[in-house]
Design a protein around this ligand. Sequence first.
Ligand code: 5RP
Length: 228
Amino acid sequence: MFTQDQLKQQAAQAALDYVLPQLQPDSILGVGTGSTVDRFIDLLAAHRDAFQAAVSSSERSTRRLQAAGIAVLDLNDVPGTALYVDGADEIDHQLNMIKGGGGALTREKIVSSVADRFVCIVDDTKLVSQLGGFDLPIEVIPLAREAVAREIRQLGGLPRLRADFVTDNGNQILDVAGLDYQGDPAAFEALLNNIPGVVCCGLFAISGAHVALVAGQDGVSRLALQDD
Ligand code: 5RP
């Protein structure tokens, strides 16, 4: 029986195996954030000469990439990337995700938005038939925290301020339980995006993953909506 940590390691290895054949000396790789991605970065270190540089979704990943000898570029200097590799807190079979458990959701959504392909790496505890078991992280401008929380309550959610946490962008996170967005997660994401003071919500449904590498007790399975 593999532990969750061992499964994360297997997902990270699967990501490396997926990405490496696609890297060229001038490739820029988008890199997400979290404990699964940490493992991916550690594996990537041995292949740092196989590509030019990374763009990073957090200060945490930037530090780890640089410690591994991988150059990190400013996203403003990069027109786009072929691949973006990141974890998730939940992913469904349509490859919609909840992200932001590590608080990096805004930069993750931005960096993934310039990638041709989002490669999601998870252990199979994250694969769900319906999103919503994990409280939805929402990054808010501090000034707007209570105004946003009132709007969220109107939608049926129970917002809770993430204690002692400030995002890389200087903002706060509301972790929201009780929301029902099963019918149309993309429409719900758009609704949340429209609340003044919301910087970003952790629903990745308007643009989900293109491929998921899911590590379970029987190995790593690949989920994709189209042939991949
Ligand atoms: C960070 C994220 C992470 O991808 C998500 O929290 C999964 O993390 P881990 O790999 O540590 O389980 O969205 O903002």
